[in-house]
Design a protein around this ligand. Structure first.
Ligand SMILES: O=C(O)C(=O)C[C@]1(C(=O)O)C=C[C@@H](O)C=C1
Length: 376
C-alpha cells in the first residue's frame, strides 16, 4: 500500500474511533437523563462535588495506566460532567420544600431577576416580579409572599428596601442581591421586623446555569427561616459561603471597586494612546490576550452598572483615592529611574503573596493554554 493510501486508511480509522466516542457520549447522556429524573423526584442536588472529585481521581489514574496524559484526561472528564450539569439545569430542578414557596423578585425583569425567576419556577416555586411598571400590584401580592428578594441597581437598593418593607407581612423573609452588604442589611433590619438575610450571588446574569456558582449569605435576623432558600441554592448546584457583611464589603471594595476602575484605566489609556485593541491582538502573546479580554469584556457591558459599582459608597471612593496616592510613590520610582526601588517593591509583594504567587502561575498557565489552543 502506498504511503498516501496508508495515511488515508488510518484517517478513516481515526474517524471511526471519533464516532465511537460520540456514540458512547450519547449513551452516557441518556443515562444522565435518567439520573436527572431520579434527582428531581428525590430532591437531590445537581452538582455532587464528592462524586466529581472521586471520578476525576480514578479517571486520572486509569488514564495514566493507559499512557494518556492525566491532566488532559481530567479536562476531558470535567467537560463531560459540566455538560451533564448543564443538561440537568435545562430540566426541572428538585425543590427544597414540600410546598412551593412564593418568591417576589423586585427588579424581576433585570438580568439577575430574570435568571433567578427562571430557576425558581423550574424548581416548582412561584415567582413574582415587580419592576418600574407594576408597583401597583404589590398590595395584591404581599399577603402570599414567603420571601422578597431585592435585585435592583446598587444605587437604588436602599430606597427600594425602604419603600417595600412596610408593605410586607411580618413573617415574610426580606433579602437582597446587592453587591455590597452592610448598608442594605442595616436598611432591611431597620425597615422590616421579620426575618432578614443579605445575599450576594457572585456571578453575572450571563451564566448558563448556577452550578458551581457562589452564593454569599449574610445573616440578618432569624435567618434560619431562610434555610430552605439556602438548600434550594445547593440543589441548583451552588456553593454557599456564610460571610460577615463588613468583611465581605472590605474584600468587595478591592474585587469590584478597584478591579473595575483599573479596567477603565487600562481601556481609557489605550484610547489616549490611540491603540486599537484589535491591532494589539495581532501582537499579543496568549497571556496578554487573556489580559486584554478581561479588560475588553467590561466595555461590552453597561457603563451605568459599572459606575454604580465603582462609586457605590464613600468608603469605596476613599479606597480609590488611597490607590492613586499609592500610584504617586510608584511614579516617583519611574521619574527617578529607580530600578532598585522597583525590585525592592516587587520582592516585597512576592513575599506578601507567598504561596499564592505559585498557585497563580499554575492556574493562569492553565487558562492561557486553553485560550491559546482555542482562539489563537
Ligand atoms: O452522578 C451524578 O449524580 C450525576 O449527576 C452524573 C454526573 C456525571 O456526569 O458523571 C454529573 C454531575 C454530578 O455533579 C456528578 C456526576
Amino acid at each position: 500500500m502506498s504511503e498516501k493510501d496508508q495515511l488515508k486508511k488510518q484517517r478513516t480509522q481515526i474517524d471511526d474511533i471519533d464516532e465511537q466516542i460520540l456514540d458512547l457520549l450519547k449513551t452516557r447522556k441518556d443515562v444522565v437523563q435518567d439520573v436527572i429524573k431520579r434527582k428531581v423526584e428525590n430532591q437531590l442536588p445537581v452538582f455532587v462535588a464528592g462524586r466529581e472529585e472521586e471520578k476525576t481521581e480514578s479517571f486520572r489514574r486509569k488514564a495514566a495506566d493507559r499512557g494518556i496524559d492525566p491532566d488532559w484526561a481530567e479536562d476531558f472528564l470535567r467537560m463531560v460532567m459540566a455538560a451533564s450539569r448543564a443538561a440537568q439545569s435545562a430540566e426541572k430542578f428538585p425543590s427544597a420544600t414540600e410546598e412551593p414557596k412564593h418568591i417576589l423578585y423586585v427588579g424581576g425583569e433585570g438580568g439577575m431577576g430574570s435568571l433567578y425567576r427562571r430557576f425558581t419556577e423550574s424548581s416548582g416555586h412561584i415567582s413574582y416580579s415587580l419592576d418600574k411598571g407594576n408597583w401597583y400590584q404589590l398590595e395584591e401580592m404581599a399577603p402570599k409572599l414567603d420571601m422578597v428578594i431585592i435585585t435592583v441597581p446598587i444605587n437604588v437598593s436602599i430606597d427600594v428596601i425602604r419603600r417595600i418593607a412596610p408593605k410586607l407581612k411580618p413573617d415574610t423573609i426580606l433579602a437582597d442581591f446587592t453587591s455590597n452588604k452592610s448598608e442594605p442589611l442595616k436598611a432591611m433590619l431597620d425597615a422590616h421586623d421579620g426575618p432578614v438575610v443579605g445575599l450576594h450571588p457572585m456571578h453575572g446574569p450571563d451564566v448558563p446555569n448556577l452550578s458551581k456558582q457562589l452564593m454569599v449569605i449574610c445573616s440578618g435576623r432569624d435567618s434560619e427561616k431562610a434555610d430552605w432558600f439556602r438548600e434550594q441554592c445547593i440543589l441548583w448546584g451552588m456553593r454557599i459561603i456564610e460571610a460577615n457583611p463588613s468583611k465581605h464589603d472590605h474584600v468587595m471594595h478591592l474585587v469590584q471597586g478597584l478591579r473595575h476602575f483599573v479596567a477603565l484605566l487600562h481601556g481609557s489609556f489605550m484610547k489616549e494612546y490611540d491603540l486599537n485593541p484589535n491591532e494589539m491582538l495581532d501582537y499579543s502573546s496568549p497571556i496578554y490576550r487573556a489580559e486584554l479580554m478581561m479588560t475588553g469584556r467590561i466595555f461590552a457591558q453597561d457603563a451605568e452598572l459599572y459606575a454604580d459599582i465603582v462609586f457605590a459608597n464613600k468608603e469605596r471612593r476613599d479606597l480609590l483615592l488611597t490607590f492613586f496616592r499609592h500610584h504617586q510613590t510608584l511614579m516617583e520610582m519611574v521619574e527617578n529611574d529607580d530600578k532598585r526601588g522597583f525590585i525592592r517593591e516587587f520582592e516585597a509583594v512576592t513575599d506578601f503573596f507567598g504561596k499564592f504567587a505559585s498557585q497563580a502561575l499554575t492556574e493562569s498557565g492553565y487558562l492561557i493554554n486553553r485560550l491559546a489552543d482555542r482562539f489563537s
